[in-house]
Design a protein around this ligand. Sequence first.
Ligand code: GLY
Length: 291
Amino acid sequence: MTETGWTLIVHGGAKEIAPDEEQAHRDGCIEAAEVGAAVLRKGGSAIDAVEASIRVLERLPTFNAGYGSALTSEGEVEMCAALMDGETLDVGAVGVIKGVRHPVSVARALLREEHVLLSGPGARVFAEEKGAELCDASSLIIKKQKEELQDTVGAVALDSEGNLAAGTSTGGLSNAHPGRMGDSPLPGCGYYAENGEGAVALSGHGEGLARLMAAGRIMAGLQVKSPENAVRATLEQMERVGGDAGGIALDANGCPGWWHNSPDFAVARIDSTMERPLVWLRKGEDIDAHG
Ligand code: GLY
């Protein structure tokens, strides 16, 4: 296997970021990118880097994933997460899981198993069997619920062996019906990764993204378009189904791109030529002031 450069992009969700939350979004995305980059710099795999980055975002109350997730109409935290390995096409995903600190690591535990997606109490039992960090479901609720519409975090990476990976994690939509799942645990909707093709992770209105099979459209778009244009072309289709969204993508060689139709979409990017990540809160933001 030829050694190539590595690349990682993380995002903190397609949403509106309140002015007093901007720094926390920048800091959180930078930390997530740095933790994932540390894995890749040591020659670690894309799937390990994506998991490590998403664990940071799940730990921070700023993001709608893990601790600080949005609440259902019954006032509970129900989470979804997924990982996909572009080398093997293995998928591990959990839906509507409660009482685990890091849903993405439960998805990781499922990655090499036969099943692709476990949900509800069965997913929690699986987490326990695999020694995942369990917690009281209410301990994931933060005192001050956020006012802005919150959404999914994600990451995509290419490692130095040329393998791609994608991952997502979310508390879902605020006030959703208990048991509701959006795009985030569904391969081809909220994420996809395939070596030689590309990798993508989405955020936003899960029903719209699922109806569009958004990740699948972006993967097809990567055959003929740049990553940014592939994401953009699919998000323009959101008008047909309604809702805001954002997405990050890599092509087969790790060339990155991202786009959003939400007001904001915090993104951090780093590759093997860079010492530190660059971070944006929205497309077109002048990063000289912050990068
Ligand atoms: N995109 C996350 C959700 O709709 O659940």
